[in-house]
Structure formats: C-alpha cells, structure tokens
Design a protein around this ligand. Structure first.
Ligand SMILES: Nc1ncnc2c1ncn2[C@@H]1O[C@H](COP(=O)(O)OP(=O)(O)O)[C@@H](O)[C@H]1O
Ligand SMILES: [Mg+2]
Length: 190
C-alpha cells in the first residue's frame, strides 16, 4: 500500500515496515541518475542510524537495497498538521542534538517530521551531511523557519519556541540564531 510520495521517492507499507524507493528521474542521464539515487539511499541509511545513536528519534533502518530503504514504520501524524509551540520547542531540542553531533539534515520541513506518542521523529535524511559550521546550521534552521512562515498561521510563536529548545541542547545556539537573521536578510536583497 502506498502511504507517501515525496519529490524523490515512493513510500509503501509492507507488513510492518516501510519501503522507500527512489524513483528514476527522466531528466537526468541514466548513469548519473542511478549514481545519485544509490548515493542518497546509502547516505540516508547511514545518517538516519547515526542520528538515532545521538539521541534524535528516527526510524530504525532494517535493510538497504540498491535504490530502496526498508525501515521502521512511524505511524503517527505529520507535524505539519499538528504543530504547536510546545512541539516546535521539541523540534528545537532534537535539531540542537543533531547539530551538536555535527549533522546537518538538509531538508528540515515539517513534512519530514512525524509525531508519535508525544515524540517527534525526524525522517528523510537523503540530503543530510556532516558539517559543524555556523553557516550550515544556520541554513538548516532557516529552512525550518521558512516552512513555518509559509504554512502556519502564527509563525513567530513557533519560531520563539524552537529557539528555546535549540538553546537547551546546542551550546552554539546563540551564534546560529544570529546567523539565521543574516541569512534571511540576505535572501531579501538577492
Ligand atoms: N518511516 C516512515 N514511517 C511513516 N511514514 C513515512 C516514513 N517514511 C516516509 N513516510 C511518509 O512518506 C512521505 C515521503 O517520505 P520522504 O522520506 O520524506 O520522501 P521524499 O524524500 O520524497 O520527501 C513522508 O512525508 C511521510 O509521510
Ligand atoms: Mg520528504
């Protein structure tokens, strides 16, 4: 049964596991397309597990095939549909842990977060990478703030709540949140 479809992949539920199959992109040369899909599949498997070991809730990876990932099904609600300031504060805590561990998610939207049993799970690590710079962390947080601004009614409360949680787990939070303001201003004048 198909349970999700993103820009990159088809997600099906098979027994109690999820299969994420990266679909071919016809606009890429076939060899390059296979290389990219293969690389993102491996990257997603590796960093999803690494984040989990650092205390960030993520699905357990069960198997890695050529273009498919088999993982734990997180049956819950998309954060996009249920976000509150208290939940955004929790997002701040987990993103802070991720950044403290030197991982950048690369696509921090509320569609890539699932709420199950009061706990937020991060998914979709296909664009994640290792970097500890203030700039990379700032861009990651900026993407989250932009999603809040474009899809939720009162983004300011959600943004302030995130900052509280983020500062709790990320010792370098202050510099990153300052940088987010600069990144936003840069975007306006580009
Ligand atoms: N492990 C999972 N458990 C439950 N739902 C999932 C899981 N993985 C993906 N999904 C669902 O499928 C959608 C698309 O998956 P995602 O990994 O974000 O793919 P894409 O890279 O194409 O965005 C998600 O927004 C989510 O609703
Ligand atoms: Mg996604």
């Amino acid at each position: 049964m198909e349970i999700g479809r993103g820009a990159e992949a088809v997600i099906t539920l098979e027994e109690s596991a999820v299969r994420k199959w990266r679909i071919p992109k016809g606009y890429r040369l076939p060899e390059l397309d296979e290389q990219i899909r293969r690389e993102r599949t491996i990257r997603e498997a590796r960093i999803t597990s690494e984040a989990r070991r650092c205390g960030v809730p993520t699905p357990i990876i069960k198997d890695v095939l050529k273009f498919d990932l088999i993982m734990e099904h997180i049956g819950g609600q998309k954060l996009k549909d249920v976000i509150t300031p208290a939940l955004s504060e929790q997002v701040g805590e987990i993103v802070g842990k991720l950044h403290k561990a030197g991982i950048i998610h690369g696509d921090l939207t509320t569609s890539n977060m699932i709420l199950r049993d009061g706990r937020i799970y991060l998914i979709d690590f296909g664009l994640a990478f290792h970097e500890g710079s203030v700039e990379a962390q700032g861009v990651d947080v900026h993407v989250y703030f932009q999603t809040l601004e474009s899809t939720h009614d009162r983004p300011d409360e959600l943004i302030d709540a995130f900052a509280l949680g983020y500062a709790r787990t990320q010792p370098g939070a202050e510099a990153v949140l300052e940088r987010v303001k600069e990144i936003k201003a840069r975007g306006r004048y580009l």
